[in-house]
Design a protein around this ligand. Sequence first.
Ligand SMILES: [Zn+2]
Length: 414
Amino acid sequence: MRVRAYRFRAYCSNTTARVLNTQLEAACKLYNTLLHAEQEEYEENKRTMNKTELRQLALDLRKQNKEFQALHSQVAQQVADRFYEARQRFFEGLANKPKKKRSHQYLSLVYPQSGWKLSNWREAGRGKNKKRRARLRLSKIGFFTLVIHRELPLEQVSQVCVKLNPSGRIHVIFLVEEAEAEEQQSEKPKNAVGVDLGITRLATLSDGRYLENPKPLERALDRIRVLQRTFSRKRFLSKNWLKTKTRLAKQYEHVKNFRCDLFFKLGVLLSQEYDVLVLEDLNVQSLIQKGETKKRRMRLYDSSFSELRRILEWEFLKRGKTVLAVSAYNTSRECFLCGRINKGLTLEDRIFHCPHCGFTLDRDLNASLVLLRRAGWVPSAVPVELRPIPPLPSLGLRRQGGAMKQEAPPFMAG
Ligand SMILES: [Zn+2]
């Protein structure tokens, strides 16, 4: 079984938003109470509580305390599950010890089985913007209007989560359990593409196409800097502190959305054309740590290679296609033609020139061809020139008059 998340934007009245806020505060308090109870239990009896005990404790607390009664009983139990999971991750050495949470850090409620209902489906928008709207009733909270922009397999939904983003926007996430990839590719893969990731050009494909790095964070940085400065002057947890925090979160969310949108579109474009994706096995964390200047580190961070890789892989695997990760060692210094290493190549050299055989090619293009060869594919011809991926409206780049039409890519959430 594979779990897939379907995420939809949700809108609600001010009253419902206030109720949601109160409930999030209550859930946060319950979490902290459980944490405290667990600590006391450990100090007195030198033991930790198991999942059932924690759940029962959450229900007992809900019975005794009026504030917790505002929560749906299953939501309260899920708070216990969440604490249990956090503690298990700490025991397994994967995370730090669970800490007391503040209410601005506790932002989602989960309905694990029941307590929600979708109704009142209706069409909205025209042409390309056609989508459906539906009304979601969450028990004890109220009504939300959802924009259902993609097909939702309603029968397979296993749980529903309502999430208040730091920017103040609300999303509702449906978890759907699906059978594992049904049709594995039966026929032999026909073509492969090597993708070299970089800072100047975000992605260079072995067929000669490339995607410019839009550097979304760098472009938003002026605004973020000013806001961050204002934010630092506010009194912690005061009203103005919270207000500025929301404004700042909006900026970061915009950067994140821009990136995700672009990556998914690139993934769709590649996975429709190719059967095999060849990527280099990068250790992005150490790459960032090795970055010499602050600017370089920031740009590496801004390029989000891990996220890009994750999304490209997902788009290929979803269609039953293959993803190969090959060793990243010396990919940019190896000559594609003779396979020998060009030791003199520096970061500034944009053109690869082989001192052994005289082969000359763009640096990133050479690297993507080397990747392809390492994975055992021989490209039919070496692309002579580089050309940018056309700024299709569906690629989230600049819109141009009379741009090529392309099937709108299906969007993924979560
Ligand atoms: Zn050579």
